[in-house]
Design a protein around this ligand. Sequence first.
Ligand code: SF4
Length: 309
Amino acid sequence: MKYTKRFFASSPYLLSILHKDGIKKQFMSPSDKIKKQKFNDPLNEASFAKAKGLIHRYPDRVVLTVTNRCFGYCKFCFRKKNWFDFEGFDFEGAIDYLKQHTQIREVLISGGDPFFLNNAELEKILAAVRGIEHIEVIRIGTRVLSTNPMRINKETLSLLKKYKPIWIAIHINHPDELTLEFEQTVKDTVDSGIPVVSQTVLLKDINDNSEILKKLFCRLVYLGVKPYYLFGCDAATGNEKFRVSIEKALSVMDSLRGNVSGLCVPTFAFDLPNGGGKIVLEPQKLIKREKNRYKFVNFEHTEYDYEDI
Ligand code: SF4
């Protein structure tokens, strides 16, 4: 059997916190081996690629996968295929495509981790995208705050500020990721006037528990980060042990909705297979309807009648 460990380098920062339970369960350690195998593409992103590293699935936005490198590698990554088969990012082709498609108003710069690029490489992309008149918003999807927060230093923030409006969407799954370094970097980013939202993957035996998520989301809001999405774990090769049923996910959502402020509650979503797109689900609150008369169940599981107009 062939194994490889060549991609699992972690930043010194991540190595320093890798002993924490909520971190260790998520990230490959440098000594981990992974069986060489065929990794799938659970969202069928390849069929929506318009240039190398440009995925156009929804009408008004695109994803740019500008690198396949990260500061730490998540065991449940849905782009594991790119760890081995990344074809690169075609900068010229992507910018040409963006210029020609005027319906695109938002560009998500993703990867891998876009902050794995150095500032000059990142600026080349930001400047080119910002130079396209119909692109209104740039979003950067990153795990850097949990894996190498020092990368977001004064120079990086000055660079980002030049190309506003830029939204930073951080990937964070567990309160163990909320270190002093993480919190200081969030504070510096928010103080720079760059809005930060979070994306969390619901992971079995790691965070599939409303108390853990409540702690995470409430602290993020305290720091000025809006919890944006709670994602179901995609069916990428090797992800079976991390996946949580929709029923369990909705029960966790239900418990969050009733018990913490709406500001602290993200939207639950998961991706359909074969590129079917995102599905957003909320716990079912409507239990009966007759014409304009509704019966709802509230967060305390009490039933209420409601007469609509
Ligand atoms: S940081 Fe993102 S791209 Fe990198 S391994 Fe984790 S989930 Fe995948």
